[in-house]
Design a protein around this ligand. Structure first.
Ligand SMILES: Nc1ncnc2c1ncn2[C@@H]1O[C@H](COP(=O)(O)OP(=O)(O)OP(=O)(O)O)[C@@H](O)[C@H]1O
Ligand SMILES: O=C(O)C1=C[C@@H](O)[C@@H](O)[C@H](O)C1
Ligand SMILES: [Mg+2]
Length: 184
């Protein structure tokens, strides 16, 4: 089978909850589209020389959110790419605005139970360091959904879809927009 070639006109910003697959699916998507993959969390860690949990602890969440806004702005000014945003990034109006101006947002939607299965074994997510992390995740899902729902496109996750399946589904969603992907 001949592989399709695409030209990406706008940066694709992956949004959604922790464990939605922004990093994993975003990486696979970038490979399919042959564009760079960038992750705002990773860029913040690189610039601060400290893990996210430590930034939250030492400088507070507000400081982290300011750095996140700056990093997303910088990455959006670069060539079109796949940009995985942090789980809380799309909650802020200033991030939704800057993403809307320069890119297209894709919400990777997943049921809370599926998210929990994916994140339960990791302790690197500062917002889940609570007495009942499962409940915290459920509560975050409920309060955040209206914000994620403002994304330009929604792609549903399911336990039976692999990371690759999800990347192909995102490509199909992007093709519904006239101004994002050109088939070459
Ligand atoms: N469709 C999928 N199929 C199988 N595993 C998946 C899928 N999507 C994500 N995962 C796995 O779930 C875990 C969490 O995914 P990932 O780190 O990509 O989430 P994230 O949205 O980037 O979360 P965060 O906001 O915390 O960075 C990873 O181990 C990843 O490989
Ligand atoms: O959901 C969130 O608010 C977060 C998700 C991660 O991607 C990191 O950006 C950080 O742990 C905060
Ligand atoms: Mg991630």
């Amino acid at each position: 089978m001949v592989k399709k070639m695409y030209v990406l006109n706008k940066t694709v910003a992956m949004v959604g909850m922790m464990g939605a697959g922004k990093t994993a699916v975003g990486t696979a998507l970038a490979r399919l589209l042959k564009v760079p993959f960038l992750d705002s969390d990773e860029e913040i860690v690189k610039a601060a020389h400290r893990p996210i949990a430590e930034i939250f602890e030492r400088d507070g969440e507000a400081f982290f959110r300011d750095r996140e806004y700056e990093v997303i702005g910088r990455l959006l000014r670069g060539a079109p790419c796949v940009l995985s945003t942090g789980g809380g990034a799309f909650l802020s109006e200033r991030n939704r605005e800057q993403i809307g101006r320069a890119g297209i947002s894709v919400w990777l939607r997943a049921a809370p139970d599926l998210l929990w299965q994916r994140v339960r074994h990791k302790t690197t997510r500062p917002l889940l360091r609570t007495a009942n992390p499962r409940q915290t995740l459920m509560d975050l899902c409920r309060t955040r959904e209206p914000f994620y729902a403002m994304a330009d496109l929604v792609v549903d996750s399911a336990a039976e879809y692999s990371v690759e399946d999800m990347a192909v589904r995102v490509v199909s969603a992007l093709k519904t927009r006239p101004d994002v992907l050109q088939e070459g």
